[in-house]
Design a binder for this molecule. Structure first.
Ligand code: FAD
Length: 455
């Protein structure tokens, strides 16, 4: 009998296993595919490896000559680009396996079928595993629905990593962060990309000015961005996809021919019949309280299966909160400062409140362009900004949005500020190094305090 059974070895499952083991618990982790889950195998890690390769290529293509750095004949090799991505995946997965072994986590390779909250059956060999606590960390899968699910050859993000050649043209359905990251990747390598989003703007969870800047940068790479547009049918004939796209505003319809189609319309939590039969409360995903407990005693849920934030760092932190609660340390999950990161070019990162989500009278919005910083000039980067949202009355930082190269690294300043309720003055008085892109955030903080220098 184990203290804890964990189903799923993604960022949620492997982190909770290690933390529980360090807290003295006897744990077993059941994984049906590869350790590391979506993030390591077909998500965060391989996409960022691909994007690093495409970024290098497009920087050389775009800036090389102007900066005086040229290669005789700049080219790329799809096989090697993919190999680079696979290497990053393998190294990350081996690292996770090593950490789990070092921490004496027992790993079972197989599909867990929940018999009851204390008993799991391994589908492949019929063996039973028993435990006192159960953690649901089964993650999510790419969403796929009519009219797309029955068309042969439409890719989801899972399929991109096994591509042997790039298409000449691609239709990406869905302008969320996954669609935008793949649009950035393919267009950097010269693929003709059509990015179609049914909502009013791409990156719909972010403010309009963010979407506008990213649209501008994608257009510069030759991407055709179609917002308020629905893909109503897709057909494949002689290796070519013909899609009907309909502009919802103008009620116009047109046909689009592309060599590939990538469906990036979100992810669905992996809620199987045995999870439903367990009796846990479910809305879009499995519901928990802030201690990560479901409505059933000793059953917890973390990560994408909850369909809440669907980010690896959220899954990991929920894992840590769960482990501590199981070990008797009263810990609550704090969702107030979860950074969102998009690896477009420039990158987007945000935390806390967005401008669109708050009443204008209660907040102060202070924005500063990256083009006014020395560092951006050294990089010849002009698109982007930092936007600080603060409380009109007490100056607390309520949110930070950054569009900039390295925004995903720069956002930590905002995470710390929002989480710890720091004021814009406190941040502004913290010296920002020069010349760095963090001076964009400084500029916005100075503006919040009516103390602008560089604008
Ligand atoms: P998962 O990683 O999905 O892991 C769940 C695991 O459970 C899987 O390995 C699965 O095989 C296993 N499993 C399921 N059912 C069973 C069963 N019955 N028995 C045994 N095992 C089972 N997030 C970020 O924070 N940053 C990013 O840059 C980022 N980029 C992404 C890019 C892409 C293309 C995609 C698709 C996702 C990206 N994400 C990113 C999201 C991130 O991958 C997920 O939020 C994260 O993996 C969720 O972790 P998880 O542990 O909840 O689930």
């Amino acid at each position: 009998m184990y203290d804890v059974i964990i189903i799923g070895g993604g960022p949620g499952g492997y982190v909770v296993s290690i933390r529980l083991s360090k807290l003295g618990k006897n744990v077993v982790l059941i994984e049906k595919n590869e350790l590391g889950g979506t993030c390591t195998n077909v998500g965060c890690i391989p996409t960022k490896a691909l994007l690093n390769a495409s970024h290098l290529y497009s920087e050389m293509n775009d800036k090389g000559k102007r900066f005086g750095v040229t290669a005789e004949e700049l080219s790329y090799d799809v096989g090697k680009v993919m190999k680079h991505s696979k290497k990053a995946v393998t190294l990350s997965r081996k690292g996770i396996e090593h950490l789990l072994n070092e921490n004496n986590v027992e790993i079972i390779e197989g599909t867990a079928e929940i018999v009851d909250k204390g008993k799991i059956r391994i589908k492949e060999n019929g063996a039973f595993v028993e435990g006192q606590n159960l953690i649901l960390a089964q993650g999510s899968n790419p969403a796929n629905f009519p009219p797309f699910e029955n068309v042969e050859g439409i890719m989801t993000s899972d399929d991109v990593f096994s591509m042997e050649k790039f298409p000449e043209s691609i239709l990406i359905i869905g302008g969320g962060y996954i669609g935008v990251e793949f649009a950035t990747f393919f267009s950097s390598f010269g693929v003709k990309v059509n990015l179609v989003e049914v909502l009013d703007q791409i990156l719909s969870t972010e403010d309009k000015d963010v979407a506008e800047d990213i649209k501008k940068s994608l257009k510069r790479k030759g991407v055709k961005v179609l917002e308020k547009t629905e893909v109503t049918t897709v057909e494949k004939e002689n290796g070519t996809f013909t899609s009907t796209i309909k502009n919802k505003e103008k009620d116009e319809q047109q046909e689009l021919e592309t060599e590939s189609v990538l469906l990036a319309v979100g992810r669905k939590p992996a809620i199987t019949e045995d999870i439903k039969a367990l009796g846990v409360e479910i809305d879009k995903g499995v519901i928990t309280d802030d201690h990560m407990c479901t409505n059933i005693e000793n059953v917890y849920a973390i990560g994408d299966i909850k369909a809440k934030y669907m980010l690896a760092h959220t899954a990991m932190h929920e894992g840590i909160v769960t482990a501590e609660n199981i070990a008797g340390i009263d810990t609550k999950m704090d969702y107030s400062a979860i950074p969102s990161v998009i690896f477009s070019n420039p990158e987007v990162a945000s935390v806390g409140l967005r401008e669109k989500d708050v009443e204008k009278e209660k907040i102060k919005v202070s924005k500063f362009p990256i083009s006014a910083t020395g560092k951006a000039r050294t990089m010849e980067e002009r698109i982007g900004f930092a936007k600080v949202i603060s409380d009109e009355e007490d100056d607390t930082v309520l949110g930070l949005t950054i569009v900039s190269p390295n925004a995903t690294e720069m956002i930590m300043e905002g995470v710390i500020a929002v989480r710890n309720k720091l004021t814009t003055l406190q941040l502004m008085e913290s010296i920002h190094p020069h010349p760095t892109l963090t001076e964009t955030v400084l500029g916005a903080l100075e503006k919040a305090n009516d103390r602008e220098i560089h604008i």
